[in-house]
Design a protein around this ligand. Structure first.
Ligand SMILES: *Cc1c(COP(=O)(O)O)cnc(C)c1O
Length: 459
């Protein structure tokens, strides 16, 4: 099937027909798209044959790397045996049962149940429904408010975007649905660098307690947060943050939801990010690394406290998707988890490859353009600044980040820019030599960005 078109032809048809997600259509039409045609290991290849190190693992998801025959074969076999059947009307199928059982085995503590969806956004819609259902069944339907955080990302359906705390998303036809409030985020570099990090972590966590008092405990249902904020710019809370959040949730008896869509499946060196922080959530939305992105699938892991009420009280939970627990997705997820297990990828991340990545990534902190180099597990961030001491941010936010991102791709490395924060989240299978290549390309991109910023007169 060799129907490959020229890059220009793809770009023309793309411009004429394809509305891309999170895209300025006008700007993209002028600039043209990059056509990615294949991928292997940690590399993607474009239509011109350029080999690019994928420092973002697709979109935080290709944890086991590209080109895994086992995953393709798992899908192919399942497509032949049972390509689809629903799980609505008292039916189930073997792969869904196997996957639910496996997830119950790897999930922390008492999370023995899972509700399947097709994406992280749908998982967070399901979170809202489940949290409210729980309190309704307990006879407290007025407990419906969910506390989230500014600059959180929980997806792009209307409910997911509402849970998320990104105003620039709300402003595009996504005014938050009622019953969601947002508190401050634990972003030390951005919002607390004049304070001691530990004190800042506790102070920001206490915003949850303040909000519970403002809203009224009789109305608060749950708190939701990512263990480490991903799309917000790899925001790693101070170590003091999560213990204080856990204390507050326990004190007031509200449900704790940890959005594991990015942090799950090895990204922080444990199966789930909550395990890294030693916090037991009541609900965990998952997606991305669940299938390493080979096929769409998400879900919500449900702990004993909520599951007990759902089972004991009965009554139809009127929620679900045609493709909930899709057999092909379930087969791929199972095989993906088997690979992570058998190749001991999580142990490798924790013991060997994350320490190496983090050591090398922090070396970039000495660059004149970098105000902070931080990271944890297999994620990292660089804060680009106008000057380092005292730290001065660029007046026009996001410009240096965009330049650096574009130069980085030219240099053969996918880094993403969130404003002036450069972020990475490479596949877990990346080798030390590939990390060296990543660092070298990142440094070169920083040098060139520094030069470009000076040339354009804003540094
Ligand atoms: C990506 C993401 C989502 C949304 O997942 P989709 O599959 O894109 O709908 C939700 N939460 C977090 C933390 C994410 O990073």
């Amino acid at each position: 099937m060799n129907t490959q078109r020229s890059t220009r032809e793809y770009q023309r048809l793309d411009r004429e027909h394809f509305l891309h997600p999170f895209t300025d259509f006008k700007a993209l039409a002028e600039k043209g798209t990059r056509i990615i045609t294949r991928a292997e290991g940690v590399y993607v290849f474009d239509n011109e044959g350029h080999r690019i190190l994928d420092g973002m693992a697709g979109l935080w998801c290709v944890n086991v790397g590209y080109g895994r025959r086992e995953l393709a074969e798992a899908a192919y076999q399942q497509l032949q045996v049972l390509p689809f059947y629903n799980s609505f009307f008292q039916c189930t199928h073997p792969k869904a049962v196997e996957l639910a059982t496996k997830l119950a085995e790897i999930a922390p503590g008492n999370m023995k149940h899972v509700f399947f969806t097709n994406s992280g956004s749908e998982a967070n819609d399901t979170v809202i429904r489940t949290v409210r259902r729980y309190w309704e069944l307990l006879g407290e339907p007025q407990k419906s408010v969910i506390i989230s955080r500014k600059n959180a990302y929980h997806g792009s359906t209307l409910a997911g975007a509402s849970l998320g705390g990104m105003k620039w998303i709300h402003d595009v036809g996504a005014q938050p649905i009622p019953g969601i409030v947002h508190i401050e985020q634990p972003y030390w570099f951005g919002e607390g660098r004049d304070q001691d990090p530990a004190a800042f972590g506790v102070a920001v966590a206490r915003k949850l307690e303040e909000q519970i008092q403002v809203t009224g405990l009789d109305r608060v249902a749950a708190f939701i947060a990512e263990p480490v904020q991903g799309a917000g710019g790899v925001i790693i809370p101070p170590e003091s943050y999560w213990p204080e959040i856990r204390r507050i949730c326990e004190k007031y008896g509200i449900l704790l939801v940890m959005d594991e869509v990015i942090c799950g499946f090895g990204r922080l060196g444990q199966w789930f990010g909550s395990q890294h922080y030693n916090v037991q959530p009541d609900l965990m939305p998952i997606a991305k690394g669940l299938t390493s992105g080979y096929i769409p699938m998400g879900g919500v892991l449900v702990g004993h406290r909520v599951a007990k009420v759902l089972y004991e009280r009965g009554g139809e939970y009127a929620h679900g998707f045609t493709y909930s627990a899709h057999p092909v997705a379930a087969a791929v997820a199972l095989e993906n988890i088997r690979i992570i297990d058998e190749e001991k990828l999580i142990e490798r991340v924790r013991g060997e490859i994350s320490p190496y990545l983090q050591k090398r990534w922090r070396e970039l902190g000495d660059h004149p353009l970098v105000g902070e180099a931080r990271g944890i597990g297999m994620v990292g961030a660089l804060e680009l600044v106008k000057s380092k001491s005292p730290v001065t941010l660029f007046e026009e936010r996001g410009k240096a980040g965009t330049i650096c991102r574009d130069l980085s791709v030219e240099n053969g490395l996918v880094m993403r820019a969130v404003g002036d924060t450069m972020i990475i989240s490479p596949p877990l299978i990346i080798t030390k030599a590939e990390i060296d290549e990543l660092i070298e390309k990142a440094r070169r991109s920083l040098d060139q960005t520094d030069k470009a910023a000076k040339g354009a007169g804003y540094k």
